[in-house]
Design a protein around this ligand. Structure first.
Ligand code: GLU
Length: 424
């Protein structure tokens, strides 16, 4: 008998979406009722008030969260998002996806996610530092290198991880580099971590193109989002010889049939912060970008951008989900019926980030550091293994690729919970 008594705490479209994905996967593998709800619902959630002194002397209170979805398979792991649209339901959904992702690729981690409701571009550097430190200060009782290990996500970066590591280390009394990943190299960050998510996305795209017998030099790519993940994916795919025909961020989208010069776009964003007024292509809308005819479409921004409205109009051969949760359940159903589109689901596609975070944490715990080549080579071995296991599961049970990836991830978490038993 399945009985779940749960509040409306996480109520949101995105949490419902993550739950529907889970239910479908749990049904597909006949997950026993006794283990289902335990595996599905977040283990614990912290909501904190973060009062920050502004540069003008006033005080603003920001709201922050950390959702630890699963701690049964290792320390919880997942990024911290700074974005004005953050909700507790979104953070909970993202924490679920971290659990399945870590489990799918075989990392000894649970899943977590953090978030602060803030537009970081509206804070000065000093205000951003005070907010980052305050968030870490509030989290100290709940996290640790063997409890929960945060990392960057949308709106956060190496510098912020450095401040957080320093705050935690000051509290403990000595340096604790393993408390967060995605740190600057000078503080025990890993070679290759900054580009890891994009490098992983590009590597998998290259592999799937090869499976489809499409030469990468003939591939055209449209990328939504030009933050860390989108821009590193663009650079890596350009390096492999693909032509990037469209890029965008929240301020503008650009199309260039001859190919956008990614180094030029990167230099532009370094100086201007956003793509607005970039002159490397014709300006289009973000909605149009998603519907461009291209070989590879890469959503690398927010959740739920591929919907039942645009799904029938997608004109890509591969949908490479660099973002977490970019495709709604309804859109997914439509894409399932389209033999012309191969989906590389988020939990596989963007797993390069957390895989190299794992390497960073291992290096921190051992105080023994690896070269960039070693990191990337080890990353590609794990991605190959994960891809093979997804393809096997897909063939064996005639699942969609998303269902194959999710069932593998969920099964491993459920097995660990069953093996540990119910305490007390
Ligand atoms: N935020 C990234 C993700 O969604 C990375 C998480 C990590 O490295 O822990 O996968």
């Amino acid at each position: 008998m399945s009985k779940v008594i749960i509040s409306t705490l996480y109520n949101s479209d995105v949490f419902t979406m993550a739950c529907r994905q889970f239910d479908k996967a749990a049904d597909a593998i006949n997950l026993p009722e006794a283990i289902r709800d335990r595996t599905k619902y977040p283990r614990r959630t912290f909501a904190v008030a973060l009062p920050i002194r502004r540069d003008d002397g006033s005080v603003t209170v920001f709201e922050g969260y950390r959702v630890q979805h699963n701690l049964s398979t290792g320390p919880a792991k997942g990024g911290i998002r700074f974005h004005q649209g953050v909700t507790i339901g979104e953070v909970a959904a993202l924490s679920m996806w971290m659990s399945w992702k870590c489990s799918l690729v075989g990392l000894p981690y649970g899943g977590a996610k953090g978030g602060v409701i803030v537009n970081p571009s509206q804070l000065s550097e000093g205000e951003l530092e005070r907010l980052s430190r305050r968030y870490m200060q509030e989290m100290i009782p709940f996290i640790g290198p063997h409890v929960d290990v945060p990392a960057p996500d949308m709106g956060t970066n190496e510098k912020i991880m450095g401040w957080m590591m320093d705050t935690y280390s000051n509290h403990i009394g000595h340096i604790v580099p393993g408390i967060v990943t995605g740190k600057p190299l000078a503080l025990g960050g890993s070679q290759g971590r900054r580009e890891a998510t994009g490098a992983g996305v590009a590597y998998l795209v290259k592999k799937y193109l090869a499976d489809l017998k499409i030469p990468i030099e003939k591939a055209t790519v449209a990328i939504q989002g030009f933050g860390n993940v989108g821009s590193e994916t663009a650079a890596a795919l350009e390096n492999y010889g693909a032509k990037i025909i469209a890029i965008s961020d929240h301020t503008a989208a650009f199309y260039n049939a001859k190919g956008i010069n990614i180094q030029k776009a990167l230099a532009y964003v370094r100086s201007q912060k956003v793509l607005h007024n970039f002159d490397g292509g014709e300006e289009i809308t973000n909605a149009k970008l998603l519907e461009l005819k291209c070989t590879v479409l890469v959503p690398a921004a927010l959740e739920r951008v591929i919907t039942h409205e645009n799904a029938p109009r997608l004109k890509c051969r591969i949908l490479a989900e660099a973002a977490n949760g970019p495709t709604t359940n309804q859109a997914d159903k439509i894409i399932d019926t389209r033999d012309d589109i191969e989906v590389i689901p988020d939990v596989l596609c963007n797993s390069g980030g957390v895989i190299v975070s794992y390497f960073e944490w291992c290096q921190n715990l051992q105080n023994f550091y690896w070269s960039r080549d070693e990191v990337l080579q080890k990353l590609f071995v794990i991605l190959d293994r994960a891809k093979d296991s997804v393809e096997l599961q897909k063939r064996k049970f005639k699942f969609s690729r998303r269902l194959a990836a999710l069932t593998l991830g969920i099964q491993r978490v459920a097995d660990a919970k069953a093996a540990r038993g119910l305490f007390p």
